[in-house]
Design a protein around this ligand. Structure first.
Ligand code: NAP
Ligand code: F7E
Length: 335
């Protein structure tokens, strides 16, 4: 019998990589999509997966849709990747962010508890829960949380609800505390993809400048294709638990930009990058870096793609995209 997995957030960045991984393990994969007049299957298309997935319509803010999906599919594993995941936008959309990322998880866990309590549940938690750390050191499963945005706060709620449903009802629930992970299908608003997309536009003459916010922020950036394996491994253990997942190395936004520009043959990034207050946040998370020893010890997980390989992969992908596009007039940096 093929195992059944339900993946919420299937159209985002991680959904397609996870689906690809699960399909390689012969799972039947159901992907939950919101109702749109024109849903965007671009990321699934990019990996050639669009026709390999069964789609179900549901929304994290609509309890009854989640109940119906769990009742009808009765999944073996549920991967909750759906979220309003853009930190920068979460101040402007604090209520929506909370409804999707926090209350939505409560609805989904209640659906599992009521209709399919044997399902194993993965919650996409985040290093943003650590937020402000004063020691400029490493964060692991024992590090106290200090979220700095409505996004981070919503994820702390979802994290503790995930833990609480394990402790209260004996459900198999895991919280994967993942640090930043990127790829050629990363959303265009996130800084890494904004940089590589911007470089491709500059390199091919579609644009001349790149507008960024805080260049001194430090992040632990890994490759999304590596991180979905950790999600799956968490649900294959004898007992459910929570894990930090990251590379253990961090870099500033400036270092990412510098390397990416250089790799594209544009030696001096300073000629192109403009500091723009629009992209600074009301409260910044200055530096994050994972200590993922537990994931390595218990799950046997380590990242494969290095920072340098990741930067190159993303620059190459965006250069190829723009080589295939007709010339866009003007310099309209929207984000
Ligand atoms: P992403 O690209 O933003 O994808 C999120 C997906 O959630 C999108 O496909 C979106 O659907 C869907 N979604 C949003 N609101 C929804 C709603 N109300 N109902 C149903 N679906 C909804 O995010 P990602 O980078 O793949 O990340 C996956 C998960 O991991 C997220 O929960 C994120 O918060 C978390 N996370 C990400 C990172 C990272 O570095 N990438 C690190 C730690 C944790 P539409 O396509 O319809 O908009
Ligand atoms: O910002 C700085 C910004 O938006 C990274 C999400 O997947 O990872 C992601 O959240 C850093 C921040 O990612 C710009 O201020 C400078 O310090 O790429 P980001 P994020 O906020 O770390 C975590 C783990 C998640 O869970 C989230 O869902 O870069 N930065 N200039 C900029 N950021 C953006 N977006 N745009 C700029 O122009």
């Amino acid at each position: 019998m093929r195992k059944i997995a339900l993946v919420t957030g299937i159209l985002g960045q991680d959904g397609p990589y996870l689906a690809e991984y699960l399909l390689s393990k012969e799972y039947k994969v159901y992907g939950m999509v919101r109702r749109y007049s024109n849903p965007n299957f671009g990321n699934l298309d990019y990996l050639g997966l669009t026709n390999k997935i069964e789609y179900v319509e549901g929304d994290m803010t609509d309890e009854s849709s989640l109940y119906s999906i769990i009742k009808n599919i009765r999944p073996d594993e549920v991967y909750n990747l759906a979220a309003q995941s853009f930190v920068g936008g979460s101040w402007e959309m604090a209520k929506l962010t909370t409804e999707i990322n926090a209350i939505g998880v409560l609805y989904l866990l209640n659906a599992i508890k009521s209709f399919c309590p044997t399902a194993k549940f993965y919650q996409a938690s985040t290093s943003e829960m650590f937020g402000l750390q004063h020691d400029n050191g490493f964060q692991d499963e024992k590090t106290p949380f200090h979220p700095r945005s409505p996004y981070g706060i919503s994820k702390v709620y979802a994290h503790w609800t995930t833990v609480n449903y394990r402790e209260s009802y004996g459900l198999y629930t895991c919280s994967g505390i993942l640090f930043n992970h990127e790829s050629p299908i990363r959303g265009i608003q996130f800084v890494t993809r904004k940089i590589t997309d911007g470089i491709a536009k500059i390199k091919l003459g579609f644009s001349s400048k790149l507008y960024l916010g805080n260049l001194d922020a430090k992040r632990d950036w890994g490759y999304a294709g590596d991180y979905v394996e950790a999600m799956w491994l968490m649900l294959q253990q004898k007992t459910p638990d929570d894990f930090v997942v990251g590379t253990g190395k961090n870099h500033t936004v400036r270092e990412f930009a510098q390397l990416a520009f250089k790799y594209a043959g544009l030696d001096d990034y300073k000629k192109y990058v403009i500091s723009d207050a629009r992209f600074k946040r009301p409260a910044e998370v200055p530096a994050l870096c994972a200590r993922a020893d537990k994931a390595e010890k218990v799950l046997g997980w380590t990242p494969r793609v290095s920072f340098e390989e990741l930067v190159k992969m993303m620059v190459d992908a965006d250069l190829n995209r723009y080589k295939n596009k007709s010339k866009i007039k003007g310099d309209k940096s929207k984000f």
